[in-house]
Design a protein around this ligand. Structure first.
Ligand code: HEM
Length: 301
C-alpha cells in the first residue's frame, strides 16, 4: 500500500511498502537522489540532514548521490565486480571470520558483534582495518545523525562536533573511500542485525544442520528500513502525482517482510543497486558454515 502525506507549506511525502510499487518508483526517472533544497518545510529539513550528514569533504556518499553522477556509477560497478565472491579474490581473512564465528557462538573472549562486523567490511577497503570501540561508536553516531527522530539529538551531534569527528575517523580508517565510509558507518548496521539474528538461531540446535544453511542465510538478511528519493519535477507515478521536491520513502524492510527478494534487499536490477548484493549472503554463509562445523574449542577471538 502507498500513503501520501501532503500538508501545504509543511510536508509533501509518499511512502510505499509494496514490492511492485517500490519497483515502479525505483525505476521512475523522475525520482532521484539529487536532494536539492526544495519543497515544504519538513522536506527541506530532511534533505538538509542528508546533505549535511552523509558527506565527506563536500562529496556525497554514493548511497545518496544522484543517478547521473558518472563517478558514482563507475565506482559502483568496480566495487560490485571486486566484491563478487565468484571473482576468485579473497574477500575475508581468517582472523575476521574467526572473530565473527566467535561472536555468533558467544564464545568466551570473542569480540562484540558490532566491531567484528565493521572490521569484516572495513578490510574490503583497507587490508589493515582494525575496528575498535571508537570506530564502532563512530558508526553509531553517523547512523543516529541521519536517522534519529529526535531533532534535538541531531542538532547536538552537530554542535558538539561528535558527528564531524566520527565521520573523520570512519573516513581515515578506509583511506577516504566514500563507499567505505557508507559501508562501515551505515550499511554495517544491516549486517549486524543479520549476525544478531544468526546468534539467536545458533541458540536453537535444530538450525545447525547443513541442510538448513540456505534457510539460515535468508533469515539473516535485513534490508535497510527505507531509502529515500526526491521528485525532480511534477508528474504522475505509480503511487500518485508528485511535485518538484516531493519526497518518496521506499519502505524496503516492510515490503521484504511480505515478499523477500534481492530486488528489495539490495535493489538488484536497479541503477542504485547495492554493490555488495552477492558479498553479503556469501559472508553470512561462510560464517554460519564455520560456526556449525567448528568444535567449541576452535572458536577463538
Ligand atoms: C545487509 C547488508 C546490506 C544491505 C541490505 C544493503 C542494501 C543496500 C541498498 C538497498 C542500497 C540502495 C540504496 C538506495 O537505493 O538509496 C545500497 C547501496 C549501496 N550499498 Fe549496500 N547494503 C548492505 C551492505 C553493504 C556493504 C557491506 C557494502 C560495501 C562493502 C555496501 C555498499 C553499498 C554502496 C556503495 C551503495 C551505493 C550504491 C550506489 O548507488 O552507487 N552495502 N545497499
Amino acid at each position: 500500500m502507498s500513503r501520501s502525506l501532503r500538508i501545504p507549506g509543511l510536508v509533501d511525502l509518499i511512502q510505499a511498502d509494496v514490492r511492485s510499487d517500490i519497483r515502479g518508483l525505483a525505476d521512475d526517472a523522475r525520482l532521484d537522489r539529487s536532494f536539492d533544497p526544495r519543497g515544504p518545510l519538513i522536506n527541506r529539513i530532511l534533505v538538509h540532514r542528508i546533505r549535511s550528514v552523509l558527506r565527506v569533504d563536500g562529496m556525497p556518499l554514493p548511497s545518496v548521490a544522484p543517478r547521473s553522477d558518472a563517478q558514482r556509477a563507475r565506482a559502483q560497478d568496480v566495487l560490485r565486480r571486486r566484491l563478487d565472491p565468484a571473482g576468485g579474490m579473497p574477500l575475508w581473512d581468517e582472523e575476521t571470520i574467526a572473530g565473527l564465528v566467535g561472536a555468533v557462538r558467544s564464545a568466551p573472549g570473542a569480540p562484540a558483534l558490532g566491531p567484528a562486523t565493521q572490521q569484516a567490511i572495513g578490510r574490503l577497503f583497507a587490508s589493515d582495518y582494525k575496528a575498535s570501540p571508537e570506530s564502532w561508536a563512530a558508526a553509531g553516531v553517523l547512523d543516529a545523525a541521519v536517522h534519529t527522530r529526535n531533532p534535538l539529538r541531531a542538532i547536538l551531534l552537530h554542535l558538539s562536533g561528535r558527528l564531524q569527528r566520527s565521520r573523520r575517523l570512519l573516513a581515515d580508517l578506509v583511506h577516504g573511500d566514500l563507499a567505505g565510509v557508507h559501508a562501515t558507518g551505515i550499511a554495517v548496521h544491516n549486517l549486524v542485525r543479520g549476525f544478531e539474528r544468526m546468534r539467536e538461531l545458533w541458540s536453537e540446535p535444530r538450525w545447525r544442520s547443513p541442510s538448513s544453511v540456505d534457510a539460515v542465510v535468508e533469515q539473516c538478511l535485513f534490508a535497510p528500513p527505507s531509502v529515500l528519493r526526491q521528485a525532480a519535477g511534477p508528474g504522475a507515478t505509480v503511487c500518485g502525482a508528485v511535485r518538484a521536491g516531493t519526497l518518496v520513502v521506499l519502505e524496503l524492510e516492510a515490503a521484504r517482510e511480505r515478499t523477500p527478494g534481492r530486488d528489495l534487499e539490495f535493489m538488484v536490477g536497479n541503477w542504485a543497486q547495492c554493490p555488495a548484493a552477492a558479498f553479503v549472503p556469501a559472508l553470512l554463509r561462510a560464517v554460519w558454515q564455520r560456526a556449525i562445523a567448528a568444535p567449541a574449542a576452535e572458536v577463538v577471538s
